[in-house]
Design a protein around this ligand. Structure first.
Ligand code: 5AD
Ligand code: SF4
Length: 370
């Protein structure tokens, strides 16, 4: 008799109910089978190559107040920092010299002209010192069209903006209820980024309080609807100095194992459903399991983000508790990750941008006419 899981996995297109069925799998064997099938799809569509995005978390100052995040504006215990321009440039140059291929510039959200101008010049300068060879991804939150365009013109070509959840009601529970935290605004930003020509990345927090399996299935459908090129998602993890973290700690019902498993299932099912996108094995996976990122790669992810942030600031960029790698420096992260990737029989896409195949496929018609 053909098993239901096989019937689903041989379909050209899975339905919402199929996604829900897969997310609810409980048998060890079935879950492993799901990961293996996702790995085969990854091999077929994007290869067994892990691409790097050296992560530069250059400031933890943020105008937002997301209820789950350790660097939210109202967390007075967070020690605020800005990396200097020179430090950022040095880190970018380290990525270039070590053939990382790309960097991701990430910070809390700021929308003032001084910041926009600073980032714009920084992008130009990184491009200049790396002879235009280093790819630049930005993860700098919601901005107006003009700022996105200026940064694109300066040379950034990918942008990450997580939707956090595709369910607007749940979004409302994870964020303060004000104009500064609008689900619709985030969707509008994602569309704007795509129009400008960025490769667009989005993602969700998995296992946030109040989230259902149905929400997660809808998240995958949302990725398709928004036509995302890149997916970055990871488990929700408690931060003790946040309103949400404190509620979860009081309820005492956070299950690390469950969060890990659900995160890996999400990676696998997203790979099976979307096929040719880039999917990150995020650092948050490693916060729950020492080999979390390797497990992410084995479940279908193909992107890693080695941390470049200078050692003295790492412990201050604390989005959640127990963030790994905070005592390491960039060279240690480089060597550690290389070992981990070799350990699972994959190669590293050195000196390559590793753009999402999906982006080129959807733009094939445009590129042909250029
Ligand atoms: N647990 C997991 N991920 C978090 N982020 C922020 N706070 C947490 C947390 N407590 C993630 C959000 C955000 C990204 C920068 O970090 O998804 O988009
Ligand atoms: Fe700021 Fe992002 Fe944290 Fe929200 S999740 S508070 S926008 S850094």
């Amino acid at each position: 008799m053909i098993k239901k899981i096989d019937t689903i996995l041989t379909k050209d297109k899975m339905s919402r109910d199929d996604l829900i069925y897969l997310l609810k799998l409980t048998s060890r064997d079935d879950i492993q089978y799901l990961y293996d099938r996702a790995y085969a799809v990854k091999e077929q569509y994007v290869g067994k190559v892990a691409y790097y995005r050296g992560l530069i978390e250059f400031s933890n100052k943020c105008r937002k107040n997301c209820l789950y995040c350790g660097i939210r504006r109202d967390n007075k215990r967070a020690i605020r920092f800005d990396m200097t321009r020179d430090e950022i440039l040095q880190m970018a140059y380290f990525a270039y010299e070590n053939q990382y291929g790309s960097v991701t510039l990430q910070s809390g959200e700021r929308t003032d002209e001084k910041f926009i101008d600073y980032v714009e010049k920084l992008i130009w300068e990184i491009k200049r010192i790396t002879k235009g060879e280093l790819g630049i991804t930005l993860s700098l939150g919601e901005q107006d069209k003009n700022a996105y365009q200026r940064w694109f013109n300066a040379g950034a070509h990918r942008y990450l903006l997580r939707i956090e959840t595709s369910n607007p009601t749940l979004y409302g529970k994870l964020h303060p209820q004000d104009d500064n935290h609008s689900w619709q605004k985030r969707v509008d930003c994602l569309r704007e980024l795509g129009k400008i020509g960025y490769q667009v990345g989005t993602g969700v927090m998995i296992g946030s309080p109040g989230q259902t399996i149905e929400d997660l299935a809808d998240d995958i459908l949302f990725y398709e609807k928004i036509d995302a090129d890149m997916i970055g998602m990871g488990p929700y993890i408690v931060h003790h100095d946040t309103p949400l973290g404190q509620t979860v700690m009081q309820a005492n019902n956070y299950d690390k194992h469950q969060h890990m498993e659900l995160s890996l299932k999400m990676i696998a099912i997203t790979r099976l459903y979307l096929k040719d996108v880039n999917i990150a094995a995020t650092t948050a996976l490693q916060a729950l399991n020492p080999v979390g990122r390797e497990l992410g790669l084995k479940a279908g992810a193909n992107i890693l983000m080695p941390v470049l942030t200078v050692s003295q600031h790492r412990s201050k960029y604390m989005l959640y508790d127990n963030k790994p790698c905070i005592d390491d420096n960039a060279a240690q992260c480089r060597d550690c990750l290389a070992g981990r990737i070799a350990g699972i029989g994959e190669t590293i896409g050195y000196a390559k941008w590793g753009d999402a195949k999906h982006y080129f496929k959807k733009n094939a018609a445009i590129f042909k006419t250029k």
